[in-house]
Every structure is written in structure tokens, then in C-alpha cells.
Design a protein around this ligand. Sequence first.
Ligand SMILES: [Fe+2]
Length: 385
Amino acid sequence: MNTYALLNAGRIIAGPGSIESINDVVADLGASKVLIITDKGVAGAGLIAKPQSLLEAAGVDVAVIDTTPPEPDVNQVNAILDAARPHAPQLVVGIGGGSAMDVAKIVAVLLKHDVALRDLLSGKAKIVARGLPTLMVPTTSGTGSETTPNSIILVPEDELKVGIVSPKLMPDGVILDPELTVGLPPAITASTGMDALCHAIECYTSKKGNPFSEMLALKAISLIAHSIRTAFNDGKNLEARHDMLLGAMYGGMCIATSSTTAVHALAYPLGGKYRIAHGISNAILLPFVMRFNIVGNEAKFRDIAQAMGLDVAAKTPQEASVAMIEALFALNRDLQIPADLKRWNITDADLDTLVEGAAKVTRLLDNNPRPMGKADIRAIYTQLI
Ligand SMILES: [Fe+2]
């Protein structure tokens, strides 16, 4: 067995109302000037008002930048960096979904160190030291960015999302307050929740899987499979929202110790070129890629089926694997996630671009439990168009 490591975020506080602890975390990190990075949707939903007023009541100077776009590109992140500099913050708080948190994590580095974002994205430069301290407050339950060392940025001219991965991006604090997620609309609850489920299932079956990711992934799968339909149908159900936040964070922790695989690799060009939302493209691909992956990995799929709550006690590993794939298709149907890519008007003419785009993501494809070549990738996309 290879050695393995779990990189973890600093202090993690969870539970309904845990946002009230924000001053403890900020004081621990020694900051009296704080920059909150968020997006207009989160700010418009009133989710910044409480942390901002709690901080200001404690005498902390707070600036807010709410211009994080969905799927941020390198130019947009540089614009946020320029807007952040005059505030000279001592700590960066990311409040929102994956985009806001990823931007907060990278801006915290760029504010402290003189390095160009484009050079980090091209691999010309590396992050040499930690940036300003960071605190992550997720308002969706999907990305798990609060506990990953990743920041995903779009490079528009290449039509590709690039992941900057460095242990130095690991957040210093995390607050998981389910009360901040009760207003998340059903469609976003579904897509972000399925992204989290992908993280757990991919990391469990990844070649980089290890005892840490195995424990975290099975717990994440169980929490999400148990609660995603409830959170979708009844957004105000705090217990379901709490399960989803925990499941998403465990999924992020899985990424920090294992790796996602072919689902995320095949989703990359769908996001980069066709701008299909990350969670949607992953959710659509998940059952198709996992059906391909069953061969040789039946025992692991049986574990996943059990974690999903399927009654597979009397089934062979092969039968349990098939039941698990059927359950993933049913989950997508129940969550009103499209069954294929038809609505995006992707045709045979797009196949070469898609296959080439996915095949480039060797960082993830190399960890797929079953080798996946270009012909296999093409066969999977072909089933979806
Ligand atoms: Fe993801």
C-alpha cells in the first residue's frame, strides 16, 4: 500500500446557528480588518447581513465584494483582486458556493504574494507560501471547497477550467451553518448535492482511495443519499440541510486525500466550452461513467449501494453494482436533472472537441479505477447526445 495523507482545514464549527461563532474564529486568526467575498445572489438573499453585523458589532472593519460571477474566469478574478487591494484586509472570508470560496482562497494568496494568476494557471509559477488567513462559509452543499486545497478558474481563451491545487490554499476556518442554506432553490440543491455525491463516489472508487477517503466517502454517500430528496422537496428542513452540508464537506475532505476521476474529467469540457453548470454535467455523467467503471470494482460498488441504503444483502457484488447504477438514474429523475445533453444542442460534430478536452484531464483520468481511453470517452458522450 502507498502512503497517504489527509490535509485538513483548520477549525471547523458546524450546526444550526454556528455563524454566531464567526467572531471567535476571526479573533483566533488575529484579524481586525476582514474582506468578505461573495456573489450578488448570496448578498441579495440577505446572507451577508448577519455575519457582517456580528463582525462590526465586535469592532471588526468589514469590506464586502459581491461581484463573484458563476464559473469565474481569470480576468474576473483579477478584477476582484484589484477591488480588494485598497481594503488591505488581514483575513478573507468566502461566503457562498464553490465560485465565491474558490475566488476567496486564491485572492487571499494573491493579496499577500506578488505572483500573477495567469502564471499560476499556466503552471509557470507555483504558490510558494500561504496567503492571508481564510474562513469559508458555504451557502450551498456541493463543492466542498471549504475543505479542499483547490481553486478552479476558467481560462476563457482556452475554453477550459483549470484547477490550481496547493496545500497552501487550505482554509484556516470553516463554519457550516445549515440555516444559511434553507433558501437554496430546489434546482440548485439538486445540482450542488449531486456534485457532492460525485465527489464521494469518485473518491471512494479512485485509484488514490485510502482509509481516510473510504471512511469519509461512505459517510458522505449515506448522508446525501438519505437527505437529498428531502432537502430538494422541503428546503426548510434543517436536519436534511445539515446532513447535506456535512456530506458535502466530507466529499471535499475526500478530494483533499483522494481524487475525483472520470466523471469530473468528462464534465470539464462541458463546463469550459458549453458552460453547463458543474453540478449538472457531473450528475448527468455519473451513472454512465460508473456503469463503465463497474468491471473489476464490483465489491466497491456494493459498498456504495449499501451506503445509499439499498437492500443488497442477498445480492452478488455484480447485482448490487447494477442496482446502484439504477438508483443513480432514479435519483437524477427524482431531482429533475436532465437524462442527457440534448437540450444543449450538442451534436456528433462536437464529439471530437469534447473527447480531446476530456482526454487532456489526465490529472483525474489517471485515477479512474478502470482505464478509460479516447474510444471509451467517445462512447460515453455518444450515449448522451
Ligand atoms: Fe465537483
